[in-house]
Design a protein around this ligand. Structure first.
Ligand SMILES: [Zn+2]
Length: 94
């Protein structure tokens, strides 16, 4: 196989190793671009990426629900409400 191919094995391994960092937005712009370009060419890595992405979103949603005790949550919600009320137009809730 042509070693310059975007589908070569070394690139796949590199992308796999970087997927977590990519999802956590901890890659440099150059590395992000490399991963994004690879995901467009490589269905194997792209499906792994989709799997990890959806898994990560679910975990983060759970953590967000569990992590904060009710009093902290209600204080946060109150603060968001205060900010929203004092903002001139459509302050985003998050
Ligand atoms: Zn790949």
């Amino acid at each position: 196989m042509n070693s310059n191919s975007p589908l070569d094995r070394a690139t796949c391994e590199q992308v796999f190793r970087r997927l977590d960092d990519y999802l956590d937005r901890e890659l440099s712009p150059t590395e992000r671009t490399r991963v994004e370009e690879h995901l467009q060419f490589c269905e194997m890595c792209a499906s792994e990426y989709r799997f990890e992405a959806s898994f990560l979103v679910q975990v983060r949603e759970k953590v967000r629900r569990i992590a904060a005790p009710p009093e902290v949550r209600s204080r946060l919600l109150q603060r968001i409400a205060d900010l929203t009320a004092s903002a001139p137009t459509g302050f985003p809730a998050e």
